[in-house]
Write a new protein. Structure first.
Length: 199
């Protein structure tokens, strides 16, 4: 891991000073395939405020020497997320109080492949256990294998997630709406959840 970067563990209100930097990183990374997200800092500020308003949230930032946010991962109790996140679990009979929802894990390209992805899971799972959660869960967008914007050599992360102990649950799906690059307006996308039993 590059010594010129620092990892910061932040909770609740501690996240607020970093909102714009985190939002800009999300816009940059999620603009890539498979999310193709065409976002704005204004929307990001509003979306990320959930982590500021939740004392039990964890946001891990990777910060360079110039204090720029160059990587991040997030989590919070599922009970503190929006109803669209909770709905598939409630419908399947899960107790949302027992689940820690893992949000994004994002890194600028030059930081990938250095072990930070594993470190992100380690820190979030430790936080989930501290909260007394039995499950950790995240979701990933569903894309066709022959999607026209899929880059040559693109590597899906399924094998990495399985190596970290996660299982894909096709019965747990959510629909989220965002504006994709090249779209005139927002459209719905389906995401599937992955779970790990932390007990």
């Amino acid at each position: 891991m590059d010594a010129s970067f620092t990892l910061l563990d932040l909770h609740g209100a501690e996240v607020e000073p970093w909102l714009d930097g985190l939002g800009e990183l999300r816009i940059s990374v999620f603009r890539e395939y498979p999310y193709l997200y065409d976002g704005t800092v204004e929307y990001e500020r509003e979306y990320l405020r959930t982590y500021v308003n939740t004392p039990d949230s964890l946001v891990v930032l990777v910060v360079d020497d110039a204090k720029h946010v160059v990587g991040a991962t997030t989590c919070l109790p599922l009970r503190d997320e929006g109803p669209e996140f909770q709905a598939p679990f409630l419908a399947a009979g899960y107790d949302v109080n027992s689940i820690c929802y893992f949000g994004e894990s994002i890194l600028l390209p030059q930081l990938r492949g250095q072990g930070l992805g594993k470190e992100f899971f380690k820190r979030r799972e430790a936080h989930a256990r501290k909260l007394g959660c039995r499950w950790s869960a995240f979701c990933a967008v569903d894309r066709m294998a022959d999607h026209p914007l899929r880059p040559a050599g693109y590597r899906v992360l399924d094998d990495f997630w399985v190596s970290q102990g996660y299982q894909k649950h096709p019965e747990l799906q959510a629909t989220f709406v965002w504006k994709e690059t090249g779209e005139a307006s927002e459209s719905p996308k389906t995401l599937t959840f992955w779970l790990k039993d932390l007990s």
